[in-house]
Design a protein around this ligand. Structure first.
Ligand SMILES: Nc1ncnc2c1ncn2[C@@H]1O[C@H](COP(=O)(O)OP(=O)(O)OP(=O)(O)O)[C@@H](O)[C@H]1O
Ligand code: SF4
Ligand SMILES: [Mg+2]
Length: 367
């Protein structure tokens, strides 16, 4: 058994893997990801261990609980200092809920979240506030996260003031100037209001607001999804530049695999509250093993029209099932073209198939 760079133990069978067809089904002997022991890797800034977030569904005046929305259902991963993990998946797969669990905006149903070795799930509100200096989240809608009646300069300083870190007037203006310039805005914008900015500029302001606290980790939740493609590229490049300058770590949540691939060192693919595949971003693109990942990748356009027309498209049929009653066995079985009886009866665990590549599929086995 070896310890993977992500800090988790792995079977260590570093062999080439491929998605095999129904006739070739065989059981592999790999250790499931959920049951392996975690290690405090020195360069792991964040470790998420078997996190579950169930929202109760209630009925009647007495609000009797009748079911749970299993938004996040047993997720584990680690992020190295200065690196980025991308999280992709369809709408409703639990990406934002996972981000909110890490921020402790939601109290997890089960599991532990270690940031710089401290278990966030056990912290008091006061201690969490200190952690939020280091751990920031930027959300999808920059307009909603900015107070329309507050000048941009004051918005940028809001978090700093909340943390009790505001300095003199001169020091504050200097801080605002520095972070605004870092994100490509001029400090003369500081006296303006949010409605005077474009969508891309507002997203830059949100980034400046997060940077003002000099965090070491930022969760970026769909931060470019609402922007034009050209602006998306500018903002993603800005994230990359800031990361290099400040040795920041990111969780980069997104729908668009091509954008997430560009910024991420590692990618986790989520489906119905679970990670179904996780590996280095190039490995995921070149050797995806899970049928769901393959469908997501096949939907990404290739800039070369001839190659784009020639390749096989894997169409995903049907809707994502309800997280209240996820399918028995493999959660993807209702939409998977390879599904068979075993898939419908037995849930596959996220297992290492070598090369820091984890997949939850009965048919993704060593060649
Ligand atoms: N407060 C809540 N109460 C009940 N259910 C919730 C709550 N928040 C989220 N959910 C449910 O949890 C599931 C995951 O939602 P989440 O917003 O995390 O998905 P997502 O992957 O971020 O989707 P999107 O890509 O659309 O942002 C959904 O089925 C959603 O309806
Ligand atoms: S249904 Fe699930 S386990 Fe079966 S082949 Fe598809 S993804 Fe793999
Ligand atoms: Mg979301």
């Amino acid at each position: 058994m070896c310890v993977l760079p992500c800090g988790f133990h792995c079977c260590g069978k570093g062999r080439a893997v491929k998605m095999i067809n129904n006739k070739q089904v065989k059981k592999n002997g790999h250790l499931p990801y959920e049951t392996v022991h975690t290690e405090v890797g020195q360069d792991n800034i964040l470790r998420v261990e078997n996190v579950r977030m169930y929202f109760p569904v209630t009925k009647g005046i007495l609000k009797r609980k009748i079911a749970d929305v299993k938004a996040v259902d047993g997720i584990s991963f680690a992020v190295k200092r200065g690196k980025t993990i991308g999280i992709v998946g369809e709408s409703g797969s639990g990406k934002t809920t996972l981000g909110n669990c890490i921020m402790q905006n939601l109290k997890v149903t089960e599991g532990r979240i270690f940031f710089e070795g401290t278990d966030l799930t056990t912290l008091s509100t006061r201690d969490l506030r200190k952690i939020h200096k280091e751990l920031q989240m930027i959300t999808q809608n920059p307009y909603a996260s900015l107070d329309p009646r507050m000048k941009i300069g004051d918005s940028i300083l809001e978090g700093v003031r909340l943390q009790g870190l505001a300095g003199s007037k001169k020091e504050n203006s200097e801080l605002v100037r520095t972070v605004m310039e870092t994100v490509g805005l001029t400090s003369s914008h500081a006296d303006r209001y949010p409605h005077e900015f474009s969508g891309g500029q507002r997203q830059r302001i949100c980034i400046a607001r997060a940077l003002a606290l000099q965090p070491s980790f930022i969760i970026c939740d769909e931060v470019v999804s609402a922007l034009d493609v050209s602006i998306q590229a500018q903002i993603v490049n800005l994230f990359v530049e800031i990361q290099e300058q400040m040795n920041l770590s990111y969780i980069f949540i997104g729908h668009d695999l091509s954008v997430v691939r560009y910024i991420s060192d590692q990618i986790a693919v989520m489906y119905l509250g679970k990670i179904v595949e996780m590996t280095d971003s190039e490995e995921l693109y070149q050797h995806s093993l899970h049928p769901y990942t393959q469908a997501l990748i096949s939907a990404v356009p290739i800039p070369n029209p001839t190659r784009d027309r020639a390749r096989e498209r894997v169409l995903l049929e049907g809707e994502v099932p309800s997280p209240i009653h996820p399918p028995e066995g493999c959660r993807f079985c209702t939409r998977c073209r390879y599904a068979d009886r075993r898939c419908r009866e037995e849930e596959p665990s996220l297992a290492c198939v070598g090369n820091n590549h984890y997949v939850a599929c009965h048919k993704a086995v060593s060649a």
